[in-house]
Design a protein around this ligand. Structure first.
Ligand code: NAD
Ligand code: GLY
Length: 348
């Protein structure tokens, strides 16, 4: 059933903005966008899959509110998150004579959001953008917090900027068209939040409403980015499971999607947390169950040695050290700085 009930989270960072979460709230897109921009000129950036599902509806709703909308759609998938597509978006904006007062709408998953966000951060040294995330991963993670990026052949997200959106609209009804595998991939990040925030852990044990899951994950992320917008310290907590995950993604040549790799990474971190005596076996078993119950593919096909070697180019590395996030309890995750040469020994 569709309803217009919504929850609002205000993210108080250098440029505060609202994240609006609810079922069916896309119907209000015209009014919501009008509240955060002065322009009538918008560029909607999306991928071909989301284009076929939602662009026309969103464009019609925006036009009903008096906006003029031009659209740029690119081939879906991580393979498009590169300099070539980024350059085409910039040229599209220039060809359509977008000025600094105009705005971009990012309609899609994390690939669209990261790339449209980076184009917004850099076109004319920065124009406004609004995130309309359409995957679970994008609703609970990538659309909030202002990390924008594109990939290089040498690695993921190697070029980017911290650049906050004007508004994030999470319509959970849009998740209904997600293939199950892509929804479950997003659950990898939800399970990560469950180890960081007991509210999410407890929710995952119930027959929950998806609006509540998105709300609690975004609320945890809000708390973190408000305290550490530019990832000087606390924000590193959000990288729980990500160091092994990045190694796993690289080893699979990015055929294992991000959320699944995070779930595999969480299992490695949980095992190491158990081995170091940070958690007891009851908590270990419960946490592993949450991971395996919620994510489809959690059996890791690589050894710890292979994963550690592949993680060494992780951009979270700083000199000869890397910061790992270890689990000490549900809602109690802590960083530990490890010498790169000792990573394998520490995790194995
Ligand atoms: P994605 O954007 O590639 O979307 C996955 C697939 O789902 C695509 O094929 C897309 O076309 C399709 N899709 C999207 N919405 C749909 C819908 N409602 N119905 C049917 N199909 C739909 O992938 P993703 O998992 O959303 O995002 C992954 C990206 O996010 C990666 O590039 C990753 O680096 C990035 N990321 C960024 C942050 C951040 O903080 N900026 C955080 C986590 C991940
Ligand atoms: N996805 C991790 C972060 O936003 O910091």
């Amino acid at each position: 059933m569709t309803s217009n009930a919504q929850k609002i989270i205000n993210v108080k960072v250098s440029k505060p903005y609202d994240v609006i979460i609810g079922s069916g709230i896309i119907e209000n897109v015209g009014k919501l966008v009008s509240q955060v921009v002065t322009t009538k000129k918008l560029a909607l950036v999306t991928d071909d899959t989301v284009d076929g599902l939602y662009s026309q509806k969103v464009i019609n709703l925006l036009k009903d509110s008096g906006f003029e909308v031009v659209k740029f759609a690119f081939l879906h998938g991580e393979c498009s998150k590169n300099i070539d597509t980024y350059s085409k978006i910039l040229q599209f904006l220039a060809e359509n004579q977008f000025t600094r007062t105009d705005a971009i709408i990012a309609l899609g998953g994390g690939v669209v959001g990261d790339m449209a966000g980076f184009a917004s951060a850099t076109y004319l040294r920065g124009i406004k953008y609004i995130q309309i995330p359409t995957t679970l991963l994008a609703q609970i993670d990538s659309s909030v917090g202002g990390k924008t990026a594109i990939d290089l052949p040498q690695g993921k997200n190697l070029v980017g900027a911290f650049y906050q959106p004007e508004l994030v609209i999470c319509d959970t009804d849009m998740l209904k068209t997600l293939p199950k595998s892509i929804f479950q991939d997003g659950m990898g990040e939800a399970v990560k939040y469950s180890l960081l925030d007991k509210r999410v852990f407890d929710l995952l044990l119930t027959d929950y409403d998806i609006v509540d899951l998105v709300y609690l994950c975004v609320d945890y992320k809000r708390m973190v980015v408000e305290k550490d917008e530019f990832e000087g310290g606390l924000r590193k907590l959000l990288n729980l499971g990500h160091t092994p995950a990045h190694g796993i993604e690289r080893l699979s040549n990015y055929t294992i999607p991000h959320g699944n790799a995070v779930a595999m990474g969480l299992k490695i971190i949980l095992k190491s947390s158990l081995n170091h005596g940070f958690i007891d076996s009851d908590l270990y078993q419960n946490a592993i169950k949450i991971v395996e119950d919620n994510v489809r593919q959690t059996a890791c096909p690589y050894t710890i040695e292979q994963i550690c070697n592949a993680s060494l180019t992780d951009k979270k590395r700083s000199g000869d050290y890397i910061t790992l996030i270890m689990v000490h309890g549900v809602g109690d995750c802590r960083p530990v700085k490890i010498e790169i040469s000792n990573l394998w020994g520490y995790l194995d």
